[in-house]
Structures are given as C-alpha cells and as structure tokens.
Design a protein around this ligand. Sequence first.
Ligand code: SF4
Length: 230
Amino acid sequence: MSEAISDKARLLEELRRHIGDCRRCKLCATRTNIVFGEGDPDARVMFIGEGPGRDEDLQARPFVGRAGQLLTAIIEKGMNIPRADAYIANVVKCRPTIDLKFERDRPPEPDERDACGPFLLRQIEIVRPEVIITLGNPSTQYLLGIRQGITSIRGRWFSHNGIPVMPTYHPSYILRNGGDGSALKKDVWEDVKMVLTRLGGNLGEESGRNAFESLEDSPKRDTDVQGRLF
Ligand code: SF4
C-alpha cells in the first residue's frame, strides 16, 4: 500500500471518528447504525446513492440488500472489477423511513441532506476518484445542484469539482421497473460503457487492467448482450 493510499484511509477514518454517534439531523432517532460507506480509499470509481435501506441500516454497510446485489453485479460483471475496488457511499448516512414502522424508505429530506451531505463531500475530496457515478435523483441532484430528473440527464457527463460525474438509474428503480428483465438495464449498461471508455480500459493495476481488457475483448461482453451482464 502506498503512502498516498494509507493517507486516504487515515483521513477517511478521521472523518468517521468526526461523525461519531451523530445527532446532527432527525434521522438519528430511527437508525440502527450509521452507514459510513466502504471500498478502496484509492478507488478510481465512486458510486453514490441516496441513503441506506433496511438491510444497510442493520448491517452498517452500503448497498447490501437487493439493490446492493444489483449494484455489485453492475460493478463485478459489467465493469469487471471487484466491488471492493470501488468506493460506495450515500448522501445521508442514516436510513430515511416513511414512518417509525420501518416498512418503507423515502428519499432524504432537504434538512437531512444538508446536515449529512458535507460528510459525503469530504469523502469525495479524500478519495478523489477519477469518475463518480450517481445513482438516481437525490444523489445526482445534490451533487450537481440541479433539479432535472434522472431520465433526462442520465448518460451525459457532468462535473463535481473537476471530477467527471455520470448519472444513472438507482438499482432500486430498476428493481421496481421490471427487475431482471427491465429495459432500464440497457440504459445503465450504456452509461457504464461511457465510464469504462473514460477510464481508458486501465485501472492502473495489473489485475484491473486485465479485467477491463477482458471486458472489451470478450464476445460475451458485446453490447448486444447487455441484458445478461447484470
Ligand atoms: S443522517 Fe448524517 S447528519 Fe443525520 S444523524 Fe445520520 S450521520 Fe448525522
């Protein structure tokens, strides 16, 4: 591990300590765990969702429920890199639910987003990925400061402090709209391909480079068969 990587890991640990047993917004009242985020501090790609769901709240890890399984497939089968090589975080670190019954989730409210968002911004500043992929409306709108919906802006490049940002659909949205057979998966694959192209097919490490090369070379990964990739 290089000095730069260990520095990033240390800074992320410091940020987590700074967040502590956070009570800065009302989501603290209903959470089980704070879900800080996880992944390689030196990741080239960072995924950002809106907030933890039930499974994430219970396990204190981002994207580990059904939507998480789909995101993992997007990373590992679509991008051909281990999930641990990416960095995954959310705009809010505690689960937003519709009521205290913990049955339905909701997007973060503006006050929650404003209270917690700076932690995400600091994570981005520390990791400084080469590309950010925002998943769904709340994370895209927060990071880019825009109001347009994901359907109209996905598949286009934006920028956050000089870091290219590719908005795409949230895995939960795909699950709610057809799941495995959803036509939206084709759109996500198109967005992922643009990210792969931007990264130049080179993760900077041997295994990653081979992974990206195999993604491009393998006939199984032809764009015509995107629906079977994840
Ligand atoms: S959502 Fe963020 S700001 Fe609100 S209590 Fe949790 S960690 Fe603190």
